[in-house]
Write a protein that binds this ligand. Structure first.
Ligand code: MG
Length: 162
């Protein structure tokens, strides 16, 4: 099976007290969460940007502006649904997702399977085609100091037969 399109996405959010920490639609127990206009799901955001990138259709801010009250507190997985709809409308299907989550804390390994299952179900691919790799930032930089969580996602798409 050939790969027809590739997209890359990146996101970073400040961590603040009093917010839920949501990654890939999974709420993770922690005393801080991502500061955001939406629910702050940095993994969903990077995946959306990767899908839009593969389609060369701009970025998440153009489609779901954080200045729009409609997206205040938005469930980012519903925004992901819209990006997946755009993939299908363009005649493509997702073949693989590979993600990095850079966070000094909390330890995310116990949640990797749940996050993979959540994303796979949401975009309708086999879980073997969804990779999620948590890592620390070795104690340096905004992620390493616990000030932020960042995410990186690469996706591949295949053109479906007409
Ligand atoms: Mg974001």
């Amino acid at each position: 099976m050939s790969i027809d399109k590739v997209g890359i996405g990146y996101d970073i959010h400040r961590l603040i007290q009093g917010r839920p920490l949501i990654l890939g639609g999974i709420t993770i127990p922690f005393d801080k969460g991502c500061d955001a206009h939406s629910d702050g799901d940095a993994l969903a955001h990077a995946l959306i940007d990767a899908l839009l990138g593969a389609l060369a259709l701009g970025n998440i801010g153009e489609h779901f502006p954080d200045s729009d009250p409609a997206f205040k507190g938005a469930d980012s997985m519903t925004l992901l649904d819209k990006a997946v709809d755009m993939v299908r409308a363009a005649g493509y299907a997702i073949t693989h997702i590979d993600a990095n989550i850079i966070a000094e804390a909390p330890k995310l390994n116990p949640y990797v399977q749940a996050i993979r299952d959540s994303l796979a179900a949401r975009v309708d691919v086999d879980v073997s085609c969804v990779s999620v790799k948590p890592k620390t930032n070795e104690g340096v930089g905004p992620e390493g100091l616990g000030h932020a969580i960042s995410t990186q996602v690469v996706v591949s798409l295949i053109k479906l037969p007409q």
